[in-house]
Design a protein around this ligand. Structure first.
Ligand code: PBG
Length: 337
């Protein structure tokens, strides 16, 4: 050292970063992101029947609920101040085209009606896809060659979205990854006067290993093959995600989503910067299961680790998060972090 300092370089230890970390009040003042229960959307799995409340083995703390039992949860979600809830359904019967997905008396449609009646101000989202409803478990109709027939599927997805809108859904969220589905759904909704129903597009949805617990819960694992022909390749990365987002925005998506969340923080950040629509992220079943399993073994403190992942997803740029931690996180935030 020759003894010279850069002119703007403070004297050693004049600047102590630790001052800003000294107390909770100080840390709160300088926080760049905050978690709020209103950022979280809670998934629910509704099933046919009555008085059914079965814990889902691969998603501890989550249940298969008949609509009457689901309604008991609705008050809780509203009281927790959550941003909303998203519904997935398990049908009574499956067929080749997934026709029970647009049954006006299906579990999702009944749950939407009941939730909106009970709590009109609570935001109700629905997942729009065919995989829980088709015998083969794919997200669209099968072509003779065994692949998924993109264009023939669009009309079915529009029927599903319409049936949810008729039941009173605020937001429909297509998760199938067919090309053109946002435009097809927007057109169908508008043609029936549902101009106020919003579309949350699962725009950047990757063919992920982290959906395993969900597929067990929803009975939606493909009977043959996989979803790599329509969901994004994890290695395709950011540029393809931006192309998906641009198309969905052009087709009329009101909000876009990245899924999964934690392994794709770079994608969330890139989408946030490239697009002015609200950006959601889905902390998927496998992300939840990892944290739960480690916590059950005493290897992680669940509250600390879960809130840290939610903070990371917000920090990456997500405006809201679909998460199986939604309600517990709201409770943790209420008790103070
Ligand atoms: C249906 C759908 C899936 C998820 C949400 N909607 C499964 C899949 O694409 O196989 C995954 C959610 C989760 O893992 O929590 N298409």
């Amino acid at each position: 050292m020759d003894g010279r300092l850069e002119p703007d370089c403070p004297a050693p230890l004049r600047r102590r970063m630790r001052r800003l970390r000294r107390t909770g009040a100080m840390r709160a003042l300088v926080a760049e992101v905050r978690l709020d229960p209103g950022d979280f959307v809670n998934p629910f799995f509704v099933v046919p029947g009555r008085k059914i409340r079965r814990e889902i083995e691969a998603l501890p703390g989550n249940h298969h609920l008949s609509v009457d039992e689901f309604l008991r949860e609705v008050d809780d979600v509203a009281a927790a101040g959550l941003g909303g809830l998203i519904l997935f359904g398990l049908p009574e019967r499956k067929d080749a085209e997934g026709s029970s997905a647009w049954d006006p008396d299906g579990p999702v449609q009944r749950a939407v009606r009941a939730a909106k009646e009970r709590c009109p101000d609570l935001l109700v989202l629905t997942d729009v896809c065919l995989c829980q409803y088709t015998e083969h478990g794919h997200c669209g109709l099968l072509a003779p060659d065994g692949g998924v027939d993109n264009d023939a599927t669009l009309d079915r997805l529009a029927r599903v979205a319409l049936s949810h809108a008729r039941a009173g859904a605020d937001v429909v969220a297509p998760s199938d990854m067919m090309d053109g589905r946002v435009g097809a759904i927007r057109q169908a909704l508008d043609a029936e006067g549902f101009t106020g129903v919003a579309i949350l597009a699962y725009s950047a949805k990757y063919a992920s290993g982290f959906y395993g617990p969900f597929r067990a819960a929803a009975g939606s694992a493909p009977a043959h093959g996989d979803r790599r022909g329509y969901q994004m390749d994890p290695a395709a990365g950011v540029r393809q995600a931006l192309a998906e987002v641009a198309l969905d925005a052009a087709e009329g998506a009101d909000m876009v989503m990245v899924k999964p969340a934690l392994p794709y923080l770079d994608v969330i950040r890139a989408v946030r910067e490239a697009c002015c629509l609200p950006v959601g992220a889905y902390q998927v079943s496998g992300e939840y299961a990892m944290l739960r399993a480690a916590a059950d073994r005493g290897w992680l403190d669940e509250r600390t680790a879960a809130l840290e992942t939610l903070t990371a997803i917000r920090r990456a740029g997500a405006d809201f998060i679909l998460s199986y931690y939604a309600r517990r996180a709201a409770g943790w935030l209420r008790d103070g972090t």
